[in-house]
Structures are given as structure tokens and as C-alpha cells.
Design a protein around this ligand. Structure first.
Ligand code: ADP
Ligand code: MG
Length: 236
């Protein structure tokens, strides 16, 4: 079958990918599936930013990432591209449930992430939703079970994990903690700790932050496994 061959090719290319290769400059230089590649092209993303060049190849190879780069450096694509690739390569379907969870400190930031996901994910068939409150818990809960990718705020997500019956997260492949410094500054430490307790241990985790702090490294220690540290503050 052609599709199986393509998947094998893609996986081989990732196995052979040298994540430190300085010639990886454009998204087109990466072993990405066609739906992601064409979604990026259609959104006019061509040359990677420094944090994207540093983080995406490692993330594609399955590594946990602790990424630090200032606001505006392009962290959103640094995690959304690996999320889409991970689920694509796992041939994720509607029957597989929640495959990726993206945690953001605020509703506004969650909505921004969701918009970028819709743009670059337009050629994928994954279902994606926002869990940021504003609707009744029951209304949100009814849609949760059908979602492959969720972008959420910590408090609201924890509410569902604690209260929504039959919401199964045991299949989760990849967790993203975006703006980890702000998550901690806003007092979500306990909520995030509790949230992580609900998730399967065998998963990939990407943690991004604009600044490094004691609290961020505490969260990293709790959530990441043998992480690769990626920081591009000086380089820019
Ligand atoms: P951060 O999360 O690090 O603050 P964002 O992911 O929000 O940064 O990206 C900041 C801006 O840069 C956005 O407008 C985004 O569309 C743009 N951007 C991100 N990556 C690229 C890229 N590779 N090429 C061109 N523009 C990009
Ligand atoms: Mg951001």
C-alpha cells in the first residue's frame, strides 16, 4: 500500500535526520508529511526561526524539549509542527481519542494557538478543540471525547479531568506546556501538577517559556524526561 510506504519513508528520513545539521533552514528541509508541508506553504511560512530550527528536528525525533526563547520568536510553530507530525505518523483517527494536549496560561493565548493550528493544520483530518471555559462544563464535556487535539487553560482542563466521566486521556501521545513561566506566575502550579498526574507517563513533552526561572525548572523536572535544552536568547 502506497500510504504505508510513504509513512515508512518519512520515518526513515526522521531516523536519519541530524537534528544539529546547520543546513536545516527551511520547513521544506525537514522530513514533514505532505499535509503539514502544504499547510505551512499555504500560510506563507518558509524559513524557520532560530527556536524552530533548534527545537523541531529534535522534537520530530521524539525528544522531550525544554525550550526558551523570547516573545515573538516563533515558539507556536516550534510545537505545533511536531504535534501534527506525531499524530500523522501514528495514523491518528477520530477513534483514537485525545492524542495531543496543549496547555496555555490564558484564554487569549489559547485562542491564538488554536488559530495557528487551524491554519497550518488545514490539510489534516484531526479534530481539534478549545477548552477554556466560557461555555457550560456539560456543553464542553460533550465535545471533549471526540477531540484529537485540545488547546486548554490549566484550571478548566483539570475540572474536566476531575469531573467529566468517560473522558479518556490514556492514549495521549504528546503534551505541550506553552508559556510555562506565565503558567507558573499566574499560580497554576498546583493545577498543572494535578493535570500531569492524570496523563500517561509514556508520552512526549514539549515545554516552552520566554524566561527561565526556578519555578520553570521545577515544572520541567516534574514533566520532562531526559530533556534537550534549547535556548536561543544569544543567537538572535
Ligand atoms: P512566540 O510564541 O515565541 O511569542 P509566535 O509563535 O506567536 O511567537 O510567533 C510570532 C510571530 O512570528 C507570529 O506573527 C508568527 O506568525 C510569526 N512567525 C512564526 N514563525 C515564523 C516563520 N517561520 N516565518 C515567518 N513568520 C513566522
Ligand atoms: Mg507564544
Amino acid at each position: 500500500q502506497k500510504e504505508k510506504e510513504n509513512l515508512e519513508k518519512l520515518q526513515n528520513a526522521i531516523d536519519q535526520l541530524d537534528p544539529k545539521n546547520p543546513d536545516l533552514k527551511k520547513f521544506a528541509d525537514l522530513p514533514l508529511c505532505e499535509p503539514t508541508a502544504s499547510g505551512l506553504r499555504a500560510s506563507h511560512y518558509e524559513v524557520m526561526t532560530d527556536i524552530q530550527r533548534a527545537a523541531i528536528p529534535l522534537a520530530l525525533k521524539g525528544r522531550d524539549i525544554l525550550g526558551a526563547a523570547k516573545t515573538g520568536s516563533g515558539k507556536t510553530l516550534a510545537f505545533l509542527v511536531p504535534v501534527l507530525e506525531k499524530l500523522y505518523r501514528a495514523q491518528w483517527t477520530e477513534y483514537d481519542g485525545l492524542g495531543a494536549l496543549i496547555i496555555s496560561p490564558t484564554r487569549e493565548l489559547a485562542i491564538q494557538i488554536f488559530e495557528v493550528l487551524r491554519k497550518i493544520g488545514r490539510h489534516h483530518y484531526f479534530s481539534a478543540g478549545l477548552v477554556i471555559g466560557g461555555k457550560s462544563l456539560k456543553e464542553e464535556a460533550e465535545r471533549l471525547g471526540r477531540m484529537n487535539i485540545l488547546v486548554c487553560t490549566p484550571g478548566r482542563m483539570l475540572q474536566h479531568l476531575d469531573q467529566t466521566a468517560n473522558f479518556d486521556v490514556n492514549n495521549l501521545q504528546i503534551l505541550v506546556l506553552d508559556e510555562a513561566d506565565r503558567i507558573m506566575d499566574m499560580g497554576f502550579q498546583q493545577a498543572v501538577d494535578a493535570l500531569i498526574e492524570h496523563l500517561p507517563k509514556s508520552r512526549q513533552t514539549l515545554l516552552f517559556s520566554a524566561t527561565q526561572s526556578k519555578r520553570v525548572s521545577d515544572l520541567a523536572r516534574l514533566s520532562l524526561k531526559d530533556p534537550e535544552y534549547v535556548s536561543v536568547h544569544e543567537a538572535a
